[in-house]
Design a protein around this ligand. Structure first.
Ligand code: AP5
Ligand code: ZN
Length: 217
């Protein structure tokens, strides 16, 4: 399976993608998680990225394309395919992904957009808790951990992302509509795009995703 999961901040990409990864034995490439890893390690890229993420803007296309290219070439878990989460976010990123795949004689199976009204996202974003090391995601209200502020698997503390506040969310939504909106049209024109109602419960969203993946091309 080679698929792209699109959608605004809080739509549920990071909630659904690990399930796709496990079910289809593909790699889950989450560009936001990779940038947060660089920030945590305080690398040169991390220092630059921190300011951009906290401003709700986008990191440079060439950097992001380089990260994905490196993963597709060198990550052994991508051999069976991939689910991209948070990439591509601009038309140049989508075009460069196409070029990369055609060099590898590979094709996308589909592009799925998790569709949800902006006003439903504020509570999802401000209630989100994450386990930084694994990227596992919880929600204070909608998907609480067994013990407050504690990862179910490792027992380590959960944190809030520094861009998960109302002000940065507003900017992230503007960026999403302006810069990622055209990417939807790009994939619609190629006949690859599917929309799914992401305001449903995680299990209903999963059922609908599975239907897209099972459908003949
Ligand atoms: P990124 O990490 O990709 O952030 P995002 O796109 O804003 O998406 P989120 O991670 O906020 O949302 P999600 O859809 O994963 O939601 P989740 O499943 O966690 O990117 C961060 C930043 O990095 C960008 O702003 C940019 O600066 C930079 N960046 C990344 N990629 C880039 C690129 N390609 N180019 C340039 N810059 C890039 O769910 C949210 C919450 O809701 C959770 O608490 C969850 O438990 C809960 N929830 C999920 N589903 C449901 C449901 N069905 N019902 C109820 N609650 C639910
Ligand atoms: Zn995410």
């Amino acid at each position: 399976l080679r698929t792209i999961l699109m959608g605004p901040p809080g739509a549920g990409k990071g909630t659904q993608a690990p399930r796709i990864r496990d079910e289809y034995c593909v790699c889950h490439l989450a560009t936001g998680d990779m940038l947060r890893e660089q920030i945590a390690k305080k690398t040169e890229l991390g220092k630059v990225a921190k300011k951009i993420l906290d401003a709700g803007e986008l990191v440079n296309d060439d950097i992001m394309v380089g990260i994905i290219k490196d993963q597709l070439e060198n990550n052994p878990t991508c051999k069976n395919g991939f689910v991209l989460d948070g990439f591509p976010r601009t038309i140049p990123q989508a075009e460069k992904l196409d070029a990369m795949l055609s060099d590898r004689k590979e094709k996308l199976d589909n592009v799925v957009q998790l569709q949800i009204d902006d006003q439903l996202l504020i509570s999802r974003i401000t209630g989100r808790l994450v386990h930084p090391a694994s990227g596992r995601t919880y929600h204070k209200e909608f998907q609480p951990p067994k013990k407050p502020m504690t990862d179910d698997v490792t027992g380590e503390p959960l944190v809030q992302r520094s861009d998960d506040n109302a002000d940065t969310l507003r900017k992230r939504l503007v960026t999403f509509h302006q810069q990622t909106g055209p990417v939807v049209e790009y994939y619609k024109a190629k006949g690859l795009w599917h929309g799914i109602d992401a305001a449903q419960s995680p299990s209903v969203v999963w059922d609908n995703l599975s239907k897209v993946f099972r459908a003949p091309p």
